[in-house]
Design a protein around this ligand. Structure first.
Ligand SMILES: C[S@@+](CC[C@H](N)C(=O)[O-])C[C@H]1O[C@@H](n2cnc3c(N)ncnc32)[C@H](O)[C@@H]1O
Length: 382
């Protein structure tokens, strides 16, 4: 049975081999073992339920979970599981995937001595890695959940890291500890908070996982201007939970798919996978189609159903995809023709010559934010 030191060394080696962990961050990963930050109960997905795995029940299994290159769910349902102690439904905090942590730290371009703000303290592991490299008193972290913030403060102090952990809404940043040279959000935003630009020095960097309702996966690296605006481009593919007040709604087919017998029926010819399945296209669809969640249900024979659900209005659409089919049956219900909206967005992206993710940019000002393609003058209407 491998111990923590061996598991940690293996993880570090595999992250370095994959190119996620850069040589400048390697000593920090060695000095800050992940299992010291992961709580004694973590949660794993079991269908649409989240079930606990307790260190006290199986130390070795828990340790393996700590050192797998996977996000670890560390809190469900804001700390009050729907069925106490047994089953949760909503992921509300996690220790991010080590490969993602390493590549975000590399993208942050943070040298020792810089003053950094982290949004979303969670377990405190990322804050500890930052403090290990940047130095004592250089890292401020804001966590909205008071229980998580208290725990992280305690664990960080016990591990000897001088990090200022504040309980509060990270949307507001932390003006008293600024200005910062870098801001790193470890929680996703659809509307990127302007305070993060306002509290960063001109020329500084702000790194944000950016999400839409349809697509959760773009890491944007912003450079801050003198007028407290910031401009950024997509530099990676990461999926994070949302800022608490931007959580939106989770789709639940059992609740959201109603009036099935009255659904409007038609056929569509573009293959649904081409329209929603690839990273670049789903990113573009997300820019154009708000309040639309994607759910895919696979069957054993290779067939699958694509569901589009607007949990706010109750509109939904479904597409049946049989292997080898050339036309696909569509059902749409509610005020919106969700498939039509998604297909129109796909044609819009196709007409633009199918831009890849790295061609999109985002500008955040104190008043609003806008998306552009290739150059800031080329704004996209949303
Ligand atoms: C993916 S976890 C962060 C992982 C963390 N950096 C670590 O090393 O374990 C996201 C965290 O963001 C927190 N969060 C959500 N909304 C927030 C907000 N508005 N302000 C501050 N923290 C927030 C969540 O409570 C959660 O703990």
């Amino acid at each position: 049975m491998a111990g923590a030191t061996e598991l940690s060394a293996r993880l570090i080696e595999s992250l370095a081999d994959a190119g996620a962990l850069t040589p400048d961050w390697r000593p920090a990963f060695k000095a800050v073992p992940r299992h010291r930050f992961v709580p004694d109960t973590v949660w794993i997905e079991d269908g649409d339920r989240l079930v606990p795995v307790r260190r006290a029940d199986d130390e070795a299994a828990w340790l393996e979970l700590c050192y797998a290159n996977e996000a670890r769910i560390t809190q469900v349902d804001d700390g009050v599981p729907a069925e106490p102690g047994q089953v949760g439904h909503e992921i509300t905090s996690s220790a991010s995937r080590p490969g993602v942590v390493a590549s975000m730290l590399a993208a942050l371009d943070a040298e020792p001595g810089l003053n950094v703000l982290e949004i979303g303290t969670g377990t405190g592991w990322n804050a500890a890695l930052l403090a290990e490299r940047l130095g004592a008193g250089r890292v401020t972290s804001v966590e909205v959940d008071p229980v998580l913030a208290d725990r992280a403060r305690h664990v960080l102090r016990n591990a000897g890291h001088q990090v200022t952990v504040t309980t509060g809404d990270g949307v507001l940043g932390h003006p008293e500890r600024g200005p910062f040279d870098r801001v790193i959000a470890t929680v996703a935003a659809d509307r990127v908070p302007p305070a993060w630009a306002a509290q960063t020095r001109p020329g500084g960097r702000v790194l944000v996982p950016w999400a839409t309702d349809f697509h959760n996966g773009a890491l944007v690296s912003f450079t801050v201007n003198r007028d407290a605006t910031m401009r950024g481009r997509i530099v990676g593919n990461v999926a994070f939970m949302r800022l608490r007040d931007q959580r939106g709604k989770r789709p639940r087919l059992a609740r959201d798919v109603r009036e099935v017998s009255n659904a409007r029926r038609s056929f569509t010819e573009p293959h649904p996978y081409d329209v929603v399945g690839e990273y670049d296209v789903s990113l573009a669809v997300g820019l154009k189609v708000p309040r639309c969640k994607l759910v895919v249900q696979h069957q054993d024979d290779g067939a699958y159903t694509v569901w589009l659900v607007d949990p706010w209005s109750g509109s939904w659409a479904s597409l049946e995809v049989e292997p080898g089919a050339e036309k696909f049956p569509v059902r749409q219900s509610g005020d919106r023709d969700l498939w039509q909206e998604v297909e129109d967005a796909y044609h819009w992206w196709d007409d633009l010559d199918r831009p890849t993710a790295d061609r999109w940019g985002l500008t955040v000002t104190p008043q609003d934010q806008h998306v552009w393609l290739d150059a800031e003058a080329n704004r996209i209407d949303r």
